[in-house]
Design a protein. Structure first.
Length: 380
């Protein structure tokens, strides 16, 4: 392999690594925010039970707790916090934040009060009670989640009945919420829309890598399929709102496998083969712009070089804005940055429709105007 080829490969690997790192950071940020809330759990809080605990790692699954790791990174336990899931379970005059500590087989090793908005003396009575906080010791996660407190004989601490029973309810509620989420996880399924997207992706590959795609009639027919089926009927278009959501919350492998494979192809094919498969062969908005460009004025506008150079910064700046908002966990409606939701006619917002209309109108006089000067997803 020549030096120039090695440089190209290294550059591509660097770009992929940057993208993967940004996605990982966004995922970690969202997971930590969802689990820790406004008060993250510290290692010192659990060393009374896990004496050799060195660090805590947020769990990305529906259990939404922390893995307890020793200095060598070996898992030695698990922690679930009752807040924020139990923030509506109020005792005498406030909610109580409780940690439930498990061994590696998810059996309870202990229960610890982190803090409470309830009456101080009531909380102290519970902490000093010899039996109450030990009632769950040895029980499996699912057994606690399925508990009926009355039938199980769980009674409140004398003098702090409301506070202690609220704590018990919050423990059961917290574990039940996660157990239900795990049980409701859908199996992998392929529906008609998934098969359709996979078929379109395969055809796009044929169009991109064979001479078959160079036939004008074939390309026009395929573009009709793109606008009609992928855009107006299916509505599964790649957009920053979609990618940002997946980066934060995870990829829906089981519920939308066709869309996942489409996104994978859109990112990996240009990375490996230097051919923008999605932008050139699949995107309905790109196809619509190409049609309008053919039917547009013969005398196209030639933008001044300095103005065109400035506009080329816009997609990258929009992409940087999306990354910044995701990393800072600032709520933002990314759908309004792009025209793609406009193809879902009944749910498109005003900003989305405006971007779509302006982009299509501009393509009449400037070929592929939106693709070249406005699309952050294309830039990615």
């Amino acid at each position: 392999m020549r030096a120039e080829q090695i440089k190209v490969v290294l550059l591509q690997l660097y770009r992929f690594a940057v993208l993967a790192f940004v996605v990982w950071l966004a995922r970690e940020q969202n997971t930590r925010s969802r689990i820790a809330g406004d008060r993250p759990v510290s290692v010192g809080e659990v060393r009374g039970v896990f004496t050799n605990a060195a660090r805590l790692r947020p769990d990305h699954t529906e259990r939404a707790g922390y893995l307890v790791l020793d200095a060598e990174g070996i898992e030695i336990g698990y922690i679930a916090r009752t807040l924020p899931q139990g923030n509506r379970i109020i005792g005498y005059c406030g909610v109580t934040d409780v940690l439930v500590l498990f061994d590696t087989s998810l059996r309870v090793r202990g229960v610890k009060v982190r803090g409470s908005e309830d009456t101080y003396s009531h909380v102290e009575d519970i902490i000093t009670d010899r039996k109450f906080l030990k009632k769950w010791n040895g029980m499996a996660w699912d057994d606690v989640a399925a508990m009926n407190l009355k039938k199980a004989g769980i009674e409140g601490v004398s003098g702090a009945t409301m506070t202690s029973m609220a704590m018990a309810e919050s423990i059961v509620h917290r574990l039940k919420v996660s157990s239900n989420a795990l049980a409701a996880r859908p199996p992998l399924r392929f529906e008609a829309r998934d098969c359709g997207l996979i078929g379109v992706t395969v055809l796009a590959g044929v169009m991109a890598f064979t001479r078959f795609g160079q036939r004008r009639r074939v390309r026009i027919l395929f573009q009709l399929v793109l606008v009609g089926y992928v855009g107006l009927i299916n509505g599964d278009l790649i957009a920053q709102s979609l990618l940002a959501g997946w980066a934060k919350s995870g990829v829906p492998w089981t519920t939308a496998p066709g869309l996942v494979l489409l996104v994978a192809a859109a990112l990996l094919v240009p990375w490996a083969a230097k051919k923008p498969l999605y932008c050139h062969q699949i995107c309905p908005h790109g196809a619509a712009q190409e049609w309008l460009g053919r039917a547009g004025w013969k005398n196209r506008w030639h933008l001044p070089a300095s103005f065109a150079a400035g506009l080329r910064w816009l997609p990258g700046l929009l992409l940087a804005y999306v990354v910044l908002m995701v990393m800072l966990a600032i709520p933002a409606d990314f759908a309004g940055l792009e025209p793609f939701d406009a193809y879902i006619l009944l749910s498109a917002g005003g900003a989305t429709m405006a971007v779509a209309v302006v982009g299509l109108a501009a393509s009449v006089v400037v070929p592929q105007a939106y693709c070249r000067y406005g699309c952050p997803t294309g830039a990615l």
